[in-house]
Design a protein. Structure first.
Length: 300
């Protein structure tokens, strides 16, 4: 497994490194610890450095500070006998992170949910938001300190490819033992019925809605049972929850109740409907969750 850990010296990036260690990754895992020295290019290739006096000396000083910045997280991960590389790059942070993730074939990008320069009021930093939306890799956005090990994960599953990828990623880690996994499946047939069901024949509509809800509940139990079987084989303690409501809101409510260390979900659900009406479920969960969020990337 190849992992890209992005650090910037903020408390959130410190938590990201600690969380990665708390996952107790297999020793064959290779982690690239990277920081990006921001350097933005303007029209005609102009950068601020080209306009500064003594730019060369300042650039060298920046490079030295950046190289020192990655040492702490790298040392922390080497204590777990992981293979660790240090990397310093210059450029637009989002573009560099996406490029390096592709270059090293990262299966997971780990970074703080907020960066050093993001305002306190921001729940999700601008770079984290852009990386989450654009990367081809799975993403772990960290916003909760984990002192020793990951003890509880909430896995939102709907039978889609994205949620299956998130589940498989948990199986591949594997999580430290003993860990509890809370399986959450959200029923949304009532939403579909309000938008798509004709209203001319109310009795017929009621019967159709009842049949739809019963079929959806049956499917939800099958989805839960499949995931539960896979996870129990790894020795995890399983709690299953089936709820009815909006997907993002229901996942966040379940997280508030069960207080997981990490929420895991797919980047896309079964349909694109939510992205039109409510905004991306993964995006809403990543923005408003109180804990870290792992997003399983659906191949495009």
């Amino acid at each position: 497994m190849r992992i890209l850990l992005v650090v910037d010296g903020s408390p959130y990036s410190d938590m990201a490194a600690a969380t990665l260690k708390a996952l107790q990754l297999p020793t064959q895992t290779r982690v690239t610890v990277m920081t990006v020295v921001p350097e933005f290019t303007f029209l005609g290739g102009i950068t601020l450095d080209t306009l500064r006096s003594g730019a060369s000396a300042k650039k060298e000083a920046q490079q030295a500070r950046a190289a020192e910045l990655v040492l702490g997280p790298a040392h922390l991960l080497r204590e777990s006998n992981l293979k660790v590389d240090n990397l310093v790059r210059r450029g637009n942070p989002t573009e560099v992170i996406l490029k390096v993730a592709d270059e090293i074939g990262a299966s997971l990008v780990v970074m703080g949910a907020k960066g050093l320069t993001d305002p306190v009021s921001f729940r999700l930093g601008s770079v984290a938001h852009k990386v989450m939306r654009q990367t081809k890799a799975n993403v772990l956005l960290v916003r909760k300190k984990i002192s020793t090990t990951v003890k509880r994960v909430l896995l939102a599953t709907d039978g889609s490819q994205g949620s299956d990828i998130a589940a498989q990623f948990l199986l591949n880690l594997p999580l430290p033992q003993p860990s509890q996994v809370i399986l959450v499946t959200v029923l949304q047939s009532h939403t579909a019925s309000l938008m798509k069901t004709p209203t001319l024949d109310l009795e017929s509509d009621r019967q159709l809605l009842a049949a739809l809800q019963a079929a959806e509940e049956t499917q939800a139990r099958r989805i839960i049972a499949r995931s539960q079987e896979q996870l129990q084989k790894r020795g995890y303690q399983i709690t299953s929850v089936i709820v009815r409501g909006g997907a993002a809101e229901s996942i966040l409510a379940a997280a508030k109740e069960h207080n997981p260390d990490v929420i895991a979900l797919g980047s896309r659900g079964l349909t694109g409907l939510e992205s039109i009406l409510l905004g991306s479920v993964a995006e809403r969960v990543a923005r408003y969750a109180r804990c870290s969020v792992l997003i399983g990337r659906t191949p495009t």
